[in-house]
Design a binder for this molecule. Structure first.
Ligand code: 5RP
Length: 220
């Protein structure tokens, strides 16, 4: 059911690519549905993770490393939670730093989600991921404790220590207190030196395409 809804969201986003020459592509299972629907063409695709590099190059798309482009017409990605103001939590796939970089520099940003991702409060379905400079792990964890925040180091089966992202940061999952204002919490997290990026994507979506089992809805 959920994968059908993801597929519908992906289908609903295809028309946003019209006229775009340089396209940023996010990470995750919903974006893989999107990639499955696309056909290799003259466009240049800028992936947000190694997983997406592999998916695009194995299907014959033209792939560019983010460092080799200076503009992007559009960025398309999934999300973990979306609230009524189209603020989001992302990064449960661990690619938040590159995803936020690409989303920031793209001229427009479209996010595709199944309806289970719509929430009334960010943090309702799970924690907000943050990426931390490995050398600063102890300092950052102490900073989080000082703010009274609960967190877990994201682990990876068979490996010791926290999960390392493609951008070589450790991923921590921070519980969002029920009464937290996402913008304030984002500022607090960013003010801890050693935090590289947070998974709060606030005010970044130009449109969110929501897939249901039987329809699609575009939120702007
Ligand atoms: C990866 C992400 C993904 O976009 C997010 O986790 C949604 O993934 P999925 O489409 O698999 O539910 O932010 O860092």
């Amino acid at each position: 059911m959920e994968s059908n809804a993801k597929r519908r969201a992906a289908e609903g986003a295809l028309s946003f690519l019209e006229g775009a020459e340089v396209v940023g592509i996010g990470t995750g299972s919903t974006i893989m549905e999107f990639v499955d629907l696309m056909k290799p063409d003259a466009r240049l695709y800028v992936p947000s993770s190694m997983e997406t590099v592999r998916a695009l190059s194995s299907r014959g798309f033209r792939v560019a490393h983010p460092s080799s482009v200076s503009h992007m017409d559009i960025y398309v990605d999934g999300a973990d939670e979306v609230d009524a103001d189209l603020n989001m939590i992302k990064g449960r796939g661990g690619a938040l730093t590159m995803e936020k970089l690409l989303a920031h520099y793209a001229r427009s940003r479209i996010f595709i989600v199944d309806d289970s991702k719509i929430v009334s409060r960010l943090g309702e379905r799970g924690p907000v991921p943050i990426e931390v400079l490995p050398e600063a792990l102890g300092f950052v964890e102490e900073g989080l404790r000082n703010l009274g925040l609960h967190f877990e180091e994201r682990t990876c089966a068979g490996k010791r220590g926290p999960l390392m992202s493609d951008t070589r940061g450790y991923i921590l999952d921070v519980e969002v207190p029920r009464d937290a204002d996402p913008a304030n919490l984002d500022n607090q997290l960013r003010s801890i030196r050693g935090v590289v990026e947070t998974g709060f994507f606030l005010g970044m979506a130009d449109a969110v395409v929501v897939g249901y089992s039987d329809r699609v809805r575009i939120l702007t």
